[in-house]
Design a protein around this ligand. Structure first.
Ligand code: UD1
Ligand code: UDP
Length: 350
């Protein structure tokens, strides 16, 4: 079978990389990179480190307003699908690249597989929520990471084609975790030692569009009792400069990290503070407590387990959540599968 996989943003390279290995054992894969992320540290580094095959098509769309960006991707992906005539299209997660890939395929009647289907924040002001709802409703195969995700789909009337397969990011961790463990220099390079720092990432629109939330987050990070290592997403770097936000001396700003160094930095942190979906889950898998800098999360199981606290952007709530984080011995149930998600997806597609 010929499958076109559409990726464009950092977390999608990591997810597609894990699935691609299995997929190519049995099928022909054509990889399309929309160009949504394009800096070396946001794109190429993942292909190089994780051995992801070079894209067959690089659409070079780049950054733009959401409608213009999604529209440009839609037209370019449509042209690729018309040329390649695949039997299926795979899309990942909830970015504008996901939506464009799904819409282009749906219009051409190509069946769509959505990896990470059924996640919901129930906040329609999030661009990602729109992307995932629409993608789920045009997909043929809905690869859900959890029973909660399957439930969300059922509540929207989607029952056919739903498969609970676990989380593909556990596969990525299983494949690359050992290499990341060997990256002790990832900490030393920044003068950090295991357990002696917190790790923060922030990039969500809701936290970067307005000055208020971003300012409050930096106030909280500066008031923490250990230094904070913060690989800064380019969106956030830009907004910090535009809004004239001061970054206190407790925060060590780093460039976006490669996947292996990022895992090493997470593993060594006393606590992770983030608005990232992927980082919330990785913190859990690595048994590092997490404080989520949002008012809701899609990864509700991590919160139910006690390892993740949804704290929003109020400094007092954030500081309290960090202080009350669970200890290393807290119960840690297995969530989101066994790291064999890629094999299940390929089996179902086959
Ligand atoms: C996107 C996704 C988000 C995902 C995140 C992963 C959407 C709506 N959002 O958010 O769901 O969690 O990727 O990281 O699709 N920029 C650069 N260099 C780059 C990429 C971006 O400088 O390589 C800057 C540009 O100023 C751009 C801004 O970052 O305007 C935002 O990039 P964009 O891809 O629109 O959204 P993300 O915030 O990255
Ligand atoms: N990540 C990375 N380097 C960084 C920040 C994140 O490799 O500097 C990885 C992180 O470990 C996870 C994924 O990128 O695997 C999460 O992506 P991101 O936070 O950009 O997006 P989200 O998961 O929120 O969509």
């Amino acid at each position: 079978m010929k499958v076109v996989s559409v990726v464009g943003a950092r977390p999608q390279f990591i997810k597609a990389g894990a699935l691609s290995r299995e997929l190519r054992l049995r099928h022909e894969e054509i990889l399309v990179h929309t160009g949504q992320h394009y800096d070396q540290g946001m794109s190429d580094v993942f292909f190089e480190e994780l051995g992801i095959p070079a894209p067959d098509y690089h659409l070079g769309i780049g950054s733009a307003a959401p409608g213009a960006q999604t529209g440009a991707m839609l037209a370019a992906i449509e042209a690729v699908l018309q040329k390649e005539c695949p039997e299926a299209v795979l899309v990942y997660g909830d970015t504008n690249s996901t939506l464009a890939g799904a819409l282009a395929a749906a219009k051409l009647h190509v069946p769509i597989g959505h990896v990470e289907a059924g996640l919901r924040s129930f906040n329609r002001r999030m661009p990602e929520e729109i992307n995932r709802v629409v993608t789920d409703h045009v997909s043929t195969w809905l690869f859900a990471p959890s029973d909660a995700a399957r439930e969300h789909l059922a509540q929207e009337g989607i029952r056919d084609g739903v498969h609970v397969v676990g989380d593909i990011m556990v596969d990525a961790l299983r494949l690359h975790g050992a290499r990341a463990e060997a990256r002790a220099e990832a900490l030393a390079r920044h003068g950090l030692h295991a357990g002696g720092y917190y790790l923060a990432t922030v990039h969500r629109a809701e936290n970067t569009d307005e000055a208020g939330p971003l300012r409050r987050i930096f106030v909280a990070l500066d008031a923490l009792d250990k230094p904070v290592a913060m690989p800064l997403h380019p969106r956030t770097r830009k907004r910090v400069a535009e809004l004239g936000i001061g970054i206190g001396g407790n925060v060590r700003v780093l460039a976006p990290q490669g996947y292996l160094d990022m895992l090493a930095l997470q593993r060594g942190a006393a606590c992770v503070l983030t608005d990232s979906g992927g980082v919330q889950k990785e913190a859990y898998y690595l048994r590092v407590p997490c404080v989520t800098l949002r008012e809701e999360t899609e990864w509700v199981e991590t919160v139910a387990s006690g390892w993740n606290t949804v704290a929003g952007t109020d400094p007092e709530r954030i500081l309290t959540a960090v202080a009350r984080r669970p200890g290393a011995g807290a119960p840690h149930p297995d969530l989101y599968g066994d790291g064999m998600t890629a094999g299940r997806i390929v089996e179902i597609l086959s």
